[in-house]
Design a protein around this ligand. Sequence first.
Ligand code: OTU
Length: 653
Amino acid sequence: MYEQVAHSLLNKILDRLQPDIQKQDLRHFYTRLGANFYAIHSLFSHLYGNRSDFEQQVVRLVETMASRYIERDEELRRIDKAREEDHNWFLSQEIVGMALYADGFAGDLQGVSSRVNYLQELGINMLHVMPVLKCPEKASDGGYAVSDFRDIDPRFGTLEDIRTLSQKLRRREMLLTLDVVVNHTSDQHEWAMRARAGEQTYQDYYYVFDNRDVPDMFEETLPEIFPETSPGNFTYDPQMQKWAMTVFNSYQWDLNYSNPAVFIEMVDVLLFWANRGADILRLDAVAFLWKKVGTICQNEREAHLILQLFKDCCQVTAPGVLFIAEAIVAPVEIIKYFGEDAVIAKECEIAYNATFMALLWDAIATKNAKLLDQGIRNLPDKLDRATWLNYIRCHDDIGLGFDDVDIVAAGYNPKQHRDFLVNYFTGVYADSPARGQPFGRNEKTGDARISGSLASLIGLEAAIESGDEARIQASVNKILLLHSMIMSFGGIPLIYYGDEIGTLNDRSFLEDEAKAIDSRWMHRPKTDWAKAERRRQHGSVEQRIFDGVQRMIAVRKSIPEFADFNNRELLETGNPHLFVFMRHAPMLGNGRVLVVGNFDSAPQSLALEDLGNRGNFEYSQLRDLYSGEAPRMFKSQLVVPPYHFYWLSDARA
Ligand code: OTU
């Protein structure tokens, strides 16, 4: 019955499409529209069905998809078709990513183009260029306060530079990831300016209120995202004489997705960037897309419906393009961004594995894998056609977003344990080698997050100052250990620029008034190319890290067991310092690789016979695929040196 409603509406819409659209050869478009329209119609009517202009809005939506399809160039359409045929392509172990700021990494987009060789030298074949769209110079939130969704900020270059970069990457079989900041705009965006000038149409694009009544209702349950720099969730605009909802910074106005015009505008923006050659779109802050009084306004069911609708629409016009969900939320919530109530991913194919990231840092601070093991065990299995983005650091703070229940199960008190971690990484304890700083400390709740570069947090900065070679080597080993985890866990490893050469905290942000209040800038470095050059100097810290990561990437690409098909099994070892899991290759008979990481500063042992019927590990000649050598053994015990990892194979010995 509902299918028939959808069919007849679709027929009506096709008749009503503008003549220049009707004239085009849209066979592939119509096939996909037909296949997806029932879902699109259901979701769209669920969200907007009670409006009197509902049908008109659907026509506009379809016209938007059709226009962007017409504009999509032949080469991209060919890639779309190829990816439809090979629809698991992105689960491959051959993909390894890096995220970077264009200006920090290489000055601007042309600079990035000229440094592609460096990325390839390391083995990177997926490049996430962080926001390069127009944004105010100071109130920019590192590019996440966008004032024009369709133009590049002159500081970074031009649209032409993006075209050149995307073509260059494609020729080298590298993927391009770009951001679309879907949740909010800068207060300098045209829509906000027109809202401010009094245009109702654009005030309806945002959550705008005449007085504090509704804002006060919201505030009863809304947490603060940036409590120090931007307390509260609403900002008074003197010109408009109204309050705008601003969950992040006071200059970032939240978009109102209960207005279908906003949804359609943003579909258009997504497809605009798909057509500029983005293979993957990172959707920022997706947990926040729907606001409801009486809730924390995160992870609402409608936020998921909006994402499903984005996906269905994108699938019609640009089916080869993937979404990354940036939802830094509780473990059970993150997983829902692959698609709620679905078997295969129906929202975002890729999601930031913030849980794993935070747990890895826990293991570093505690020197054991108790909570890491516990937290990963409780992470639900992913849907099919979904994969993690595994990372150690990114441009944001580290939030300790694991579950209190898991903290208790690991034997700690949640409040005390979180305090311990923040204190450990922010240098409160004299014997901690970490050099981070607190971020987003909330005096009301006592919460805090952590800023700092990987190398400084791990102890490399302190070690270099001490001049103690043993400490330096231990830091290098820890950096490699963490990378070995994100490379083997299952999913796409996303390296953060600078980490491959051990970049330390950058304190220059303190001299810039606009940045000094936001400690995240301490880990958004300008690449020091003289330092990067030292990767060629045998024995330098840079060489030790770069070569280690480079080798890991090359070896990862050759291990089919590391592809991501829910083919990971955590193993109990009885040794809390070790994190141990088996990777299987379901497609390849009984291939398996045993991953072992020692988070302790002392050597640890693993009794292979205790692994039970998990391959022939206790009998075979084992080989560590990373080093190419046999691992250290004592009788039947595997010996794992401090901060060491193994990728062990029994079959290929
Ligand atoms: C994202 O951040 C971006 O990565 C940040 O750089 C932006 O400041 C922010 O959105 C606003 O655009 O929304 O779902 O703890 O982890 O704000 C999570 C801070 C986000 C970030 C959080 C995150």
